[in-house]
Unconditional design. Structure first.
Length: 581
């Protein structure tokens, strides 16, 4: 080793020891006769000191040449510091340097590599390898590593086998576009990068692996948001001879283990909620249940009183914001503006103030008596001092809008504390989802998900009503994982493809291998996959998954550091048999 210690290690108890440190120069202060240099590595910062008279002249000369981010090796004696720095663990000592070697120089870095940096996002992405030297950025990846270890430990303990599945495959439909890779050896043909290892993990169950997992890259060509990247990581799992309860229990265990091993948090209950209830009570299939504010349907009370907007609505729905009766005109206008934003799209917002003196004041006083409003308040469980907010319109849209308003109010009222973690299993998802654009049913989860046996008959009569053995793990309103019990026989799988609008030939061409496998003793099986990047972000208290990825892409899907994607040269295109014109 070139060093005896790291830059985060030495304390007063090491005084008088002769040590050698290696690291990067964070900054130097030259006070004429005295000079100090902060030496940094991933473990911390140690101060080097040089003094005219006592430090050898050639060492002092080298020290004066040091610039930011030079890589150096310094040997010297640990001494107690004259003025101590309580902010860093090594703050009570410094190294009186006796020999100094520059291992490598550095250009002046494009931004300051300290906790407080002057570098903008774009610049830091371009020089991501420098940004990764900063504590804040590196520590996020350390958290990621810890989390991955916790997962592996837990699953290995439970007899899961980690198996790698191929990256050059053929489309696995998870509802996104595929990234494709041209084949040189099979010109005109393409591989698809896996949107998930779904079919392979099912095949491993047919092979008898029984319990599989993989921390694996998946690729989906979708429009990007803060919590999406074109390549992302899943904790992908599959089990045989299990029912839904077994899967939920196993992965509740894994989730508990992660939280206690990495965050020291003991999670409470993992309640179960059906998709139908989640939509009815929260207008959202991933409700944040850190707070209540459940929807109250007001159709019966609010309709047929002469207010035509409510009369024409399919749904009139309210929430009760506790203690908000005193909201000012300005605050109420801001809420109205919030719901009228194009992303939310409500036409207006009705409010009812439940005044402290027991009276009511609403924006629809013209149409409703005090008694009417009292009935609303009773139904909403609103007390004196509370505020009821009401939206109306078509059911699905209004629920979505109200869900946004509820989350907004939850945030305003400080009910969404980042350090409180509330898990929830959402179960009984619909099997199929109607797509307006293509005018077809799509698999809501994926086509390998099994319908509930008791709903099978509905497949022909009312396909939209069929429920699936599918579940999501939601924490604090974020979908952390999702999975299903699978179809494991050819006939049902074929039926499913038929309902999804595949011809028999198409189904065979794309998924014949899976259906064939089902004819050789496929065990009942099911599984789940967790969004690993999202989990990391949640553990780190951040909304952006990008921070938790060593080399992420920007919102246009570009890696600005390596400048990718990029064009390829003519010769390479020719070799691949691709003609761009
Ligand atoms: N392959 C699924 C997904 O990526 C997860 C699963 O069903 O296990 O969402």
């Amino acid at each position: 080793m070139l060093r005896t210690h790291t830059c985060g290690e030495l304390r007063e108890s090491n005084c008088n020891e002769q040590v050698t440190l290696c690291g990067w120069v964070q900054r130097s202060r030259d006070k004429g006769g005295l000079m100090w240099t902060d030496l940094r590595d991933r473990y911390g910062i140690t101060q080097l000191s040089f003094e005219e008279g006592s430090t050898p002249a050639e060492v002092l000369e080298t020290a004066r040449k040091l610039g930011r981010e030079f890589v150096v090796k310094a040997t010297g004696t640990v001494v107690e510091r004259y003025s101590k720095n309580d902010n860093i663990p090594t703050g009570s000592i410094e190294i009186k340097v006796e020999s100094l070697e520059i291992l490598n120089g550095s250009k002046v870095p494009p931004f300051i590599i300290e906790d407080d940096t002057d570098g903008g996002e774009e610049l830091r992405m371009k020089y991501r390898y420098l940004d990764l030297r900063r504590n804040e950025v590196r520590s996020k990846l350390q958290l990621r590593s810890k989390l991955a270890m916790a997962v592996r430990n837990y699953l290995a303990e439970q007899d899961f086998i980690e198996v790698e599945t191929p990256v050059l495959i053929k489309s696995t439909p998870e509802g996104a576009r595929d990234f494709v890779v041209p084949s040189r050896m099979n010109q005109g043909e393409f591989y698809a990068l896996p949107q998930s290892p779904q079919t392979f993990k099912q095949l491993l169950m047919v092979s008898g692996f029984d319990r599989y997992f993989q921390i694996v890259k998946c690729f989906r060509d979708e429009d990007l948001r803060a919590d999406r990247q074109p390549e992302f990581t899943q904790i992908d799992c599959e089990m045989s001879f299990v029912n839904q309860e077994d899967i939920l229990n196993t992965f509740e265990g894994m989730t508990r283990h992660m939280f206690s091993a990495v965050r020291g948090v003991e999670l409470g209950d993992f309640p179960h909620m059906t998709y139908a209830d989640a939509m009815r009570k929260y207008g959202n299939d991933k409700p944040d249940i850190r707070f209540g504010m459940e929807f109250v349907e007001l159709n019966e009370l609010a309709q047929n009183k002469g207010f035509s907007i409510f009369d024409q609505a399919e749904l009139v729905v309210g929430i009760c914001a506790e203690g908000c009766a005193e909201y000012t005109r300005k605050q109420l206008d801001a809420l109205t503006d919030f719901v009228k934003r194009p992303q939310i799209g409500a036409k207006g917002l009705v409010y009812v103030k439940c005044n402290a003196d027991g009276t009511f004041k609403s924006s629809v006083d013209k149409f409703y008596s005090e008694e009417d409003l009292k009935a609303w308040a009773d139904k909403a469980g609103a007390k004196a001092g509370d505020l009821i907010l009401v939206l109306s319109g078509t059911a699905n849209e209004t629920r979505k809008q109200m869900s946004e308003l509820r989350l907004h109010m939850g945030k305003e009222l400080g009910l969404r504390d980042k350090n409180t973690f509330q898990p929830l299993w959402v179960i009984d998802f619909p099997l199929l989802e109607w797509d307006e654009e293509t005018e077809r049913f799509h698999a809501m989860h994926h086509p390998f998900t099994s319908p509930k046996a008791e709903d099978m008959a509905l497949l022909d009569t009312d396909p939209g009503k069929v429920r699936a053995n599918a579940y999501d793990l939601v924490i604090n309103g974020v979908e952390i994982g999702g999975g299903s019990i699978r179809i494991h026989d050819r006939a049902t799988q074929q039926l499913m493809f038929k309902h999804l609008g595949f011809t028999e030939e198409e189904a065979k061409a794309q998924f014949g291998f899976l259906m064939d496998a089902f004819e050789y003793g496929a065990p009942p099986h099911g599984g789940i996959a967790f969004g690993f990047d999202r989990l990391c972000a949640m553990f780190g208290g951040s909304d952006s998954i990008r921070d938790y990825i060593a080399f992420p892409k920007n919102t246009s899907g570009r890696d600005v550091m390596i400048d990718s994607p990029s064009t390829i040269d003519e010769a390479q295109l020719k070799e691949l048999g691709i003609n761009l014109r």
